[in-house]
Structures are given as structure tokens and as C-alpha cells.
Design a protein around this ligand. Structure first.
Ligand SMILES: Nc1ncnc2c1ncn2[C@@H]1O[C@H](COP(=O)(O)OP(=O)(O)OP(=O)(O)O)[C@@H](O)[C@H]1O
Ligand SMILES: [Mg+2]
Length: 255
């Protein structure tokens, strides 16, 4: 069991009506590995995250977490097993303070049983855990700010912080730097780079500077299918990868 990968996706397919969003996808993430999932819009990246985190079931195929088959384990239980994620679109409570959002995030990661027999002191432990997270990630000053008044970049940071509330061993980040300024992108990259070394991170990211900065390996999806896998250097040199980016969106992958 100790040699099991953190995450194993096995022959996962997913269709929505007649649309084949994912087809026969295999993926391995080792403990402490940082891996990016890249691919043009509509490639199936977010769908894959939904399947891994349990918000969408696969049509066929299996997902294993630390060697355990979790294909039919509901999303909230997966977070108790050490998996956490952020969403492509911001997922905070805009009218609550940063602190309240973090408190709710920590609560969500704690088993119900504990909440029902909660000793008085656990409120204190909840608050100290929240303050510790805010302190560690440089957001103490924003503690009492209402989330909707924060910059978009700060909101994305709070989201990552929420995903860390349950001390995950596997963290999924869906475009954490999308819509951020250059400075905010650097702040978020820095935050991700400094996460515990034994945490496995799976990152959907369109910014290749961020990908190169953060990951060991890249998986490329295209139109629901696996296209390529390798180190950033290998992917950069892969003609099939260059072709799909030039062919589909007319965007340069590596500038
Ligand atoms: N719930 C759904 N119902 C129907 N079609 C869906 C659903 N979710 C995703 N799709 C379709 O599946 C395909 C893959 O979508 P997905 O969101 O996974 O792509 P993506 O790689 O994350 O793209 P992007 O880079 O734009 O975020 C797209 O064609 C999308 O329209
Ligand atoms: Mg997406």
C-alpha cells in the first residue's frame, strides 16, 4: 500500500449526450508530484477534475486514491480521505468575511460526527486553525474583509487557502491564475510552490510560465483524448502538442 500512487485514473471516459468529453484517460500522480493538465478549451480538463473530485461520475473507468478505489465515494467523503480542490470559477461566499469563509471551509473538512459532539474548546481550535492558515498564507490583513470587496486575485488566494483547510495530500487546482494580473500570478505561484513537498498537486493551467515554474510533469489532453505526457521540456519539444495549439486556437503555447 505504501508504494501506491496518490492518484490513479484508469480508463476514464465521460459522455454528455452525444458529446464524448473524455475518452479512455489514464493518469498517475505520485506522492509529492506536481503535474499540470493542459490542452485547448473544451479538451476535457475540468471534466476530468470533476470526475477525480467526485462532482461528476465517469461513464466508465475508475479512480483510485492511495490505492483505494474511490470511483463511487461521494465528493464530501473524498475530502475526508485527503483530496481537495478549487474551482475554475470562484466559489466563495461573497457577502461573508474572509474569516467566515475560512471557518466554513475548515468545518466542511471535519467529519459530521465531531460537529455533533463538539466540545466548547473546538470552537477555539477552529478559530486558531483559521488564523494559522491566514497567517501562513499572508492573508491576515484581509481577515475581516468582506470577500466581495477583495480583488479577484485575493479571492483566488482565499480559495486556495480554503482548499488547504483539510490538510489535503492531493490538491487539485483549476486555473488558479486565470484572470490575475502579472503580480497576482506571481503571488499565487509562489504560494503554490511553497506548499508542503509531500503534497501531490494536479494543476490545470493555461499560463505556460506558471506551468514551467511549478510542475515536474505535464499531461496534454485534446478533444477528450490523451495526447502527450512528459516533462515540461519534452512537451515543449513535442510537435503534436505545438500543432494542436496552432491548429485550434491560433494561440502560441510557448512564447
Ligand atoms: N455538464 C455538461 N453538459 C454537457 N456538456 C458538458 C458538460 N460539462 C462539460 N461539457 C462539455 O465537455 C467538453 C469538455 O469541457 P471541459 O469543461 O471539461 O473542458 P476544459 O478542458 O476544462 O475547457 P476550458 O479550458 O475552456 O476550461 C466541452 O465540449 C464542454 O462543452
Ligand atoms: Mg476548464
Amino acid at each position: 500500500m505504501s508504494s501506491a500512487p496518490s492518484l490513479r485514473v484508469e480508463e476514464v471516459s465521460r459522455s454528455f449526450g452525444s458529446l464524448q468529453a473524455l475518452q479512455g484517460i489514464n493518469l498517475l500522480v505520485e506522492p509529492g508530484e506536481r503535474r499540470a493538465i493542459i490542452g485547448p478549451n473544451g479538451a476535457g480538463k475540468t471534466t476530468l477534475f470533476h470526475i477525480i473530485s467526485g462532482t461528476t461520475p465517469p461513464s466508465t473507468g475508475r479512480v483510485h486514491l492511495f490505492g483505494r478505489d474511490i470511483t463511487h465515494v461521494p465528493a464530501h467523503r473524498r475530502s475526508l480521505l485527503g483530496m481537495s480542490r478549487t474551482y475554475q470559477v470562484t466559489n466563495l461566499f461573497p457577502n461573508l468575511s474572509v474569516l467566515d469563509n475560512v471557518l466554513l471551509g475548515i468545518q466542511a473538512h471535519r467529519p459530521m460526527k465531531l460537529a455533533m459532539h463538539r466540545p466548547r474548546t473546538s470552537y477555539r481550535s477552529l478559530y486558531s486553525k483559521a488564523d494559522e492558515l491566514l497567517e501562513t498564507w499572508g492573508l491576515s490583513e484581509a481577515r475581516d474583509s468582506i470577500v466581495r470587496n477583495l480583488s479577484y486575485g485575493e479571492q483566488r488566494q482565499v480559495e486556495i487557502l480554503l482548499a488547504l483547510a483539510g490538510d489535503p495530500k492531493v490538491l487539485l487546482l483549476d486555473e488558479p491564475t486565470a484572470g490575475l494580473s502579472t503580480a497576482e500570478t506571481q503571488t499565487v505561484s509562489h504560494l503554490i510552490r511553497n506548499l508542503p513537498a509531500d503534497m501531490s498537486i494536479l494543476l490545470i493551467e493555461h499560463d505556460m510560465d506558471v506551468v514551467f515554474d511549478l510542475v515536474d510533469n505535464i499531461t496534454v489532453l485534446h478533444m477528450g483524448q490523451f495526447l502527450a505526457e512528459g516533462t515540461p521540456r519534452e512537451i515543449q519539444a513535442d510537435q503534436s502538442v505545438t500543432d494542436i495549439y496552432l491548429g485550434t486556437a491560433g494561440e502560441e503555447l510557448f512564447t
